[in-house]
Write a protein of this length. Structure first.
Length: 109
């Protein structure tokens, strides 16, 4: 079905501080967006967005988002309503495995 890590999102209360920290630590570059920034790591693309609860969410590439969502549920996980679409493809944000671990799915355009 796929499964390579294809995107990540960092939720931080202060996106500017997060950019400064990760930029200095890891050498990342950023393209500012309305809600934060796109992250350029040289390998896996990501984003930083404003969120009161600090967290990192990893997205996994799948060939068919609908099929993968059905499989999550079949395996005892949960799929919420959080979805988006952009130049990089379609994203399903609000998945949890059968133990409650959050993750996302990404169908590349």
């Amino acid at each position: 079905m796929g499964g390579n890590a294809s995107h990540f999102e960092i939720g931080a209360p202060d996106t500017g501080r997060a950019q400064a920290f990760f930029g200095e630590l890891l050498g990342w570059e950023f393209q500012r967006t309305e809600g934060g920034a796109e992250v350029e790591t040289g390998t896996t693309p990501g984003g930083i967005h404003r969120d009161a609860t600090p967290a990192i969410q990893l997205f996994f590439e799948v060939p068919d988002l609908g099929e993968a969502a059905r499989r999550v549920v079949e395996l005892g996980g949960e799929v919420g309503a959080g979805r988006s679409e952009g130049p990089g493809g379609r994203y399903l944000h609000s998945c949890r495995d059968d133990q409650g671990v959050p993750f996302g799915l990404h169908e590349v355009r």
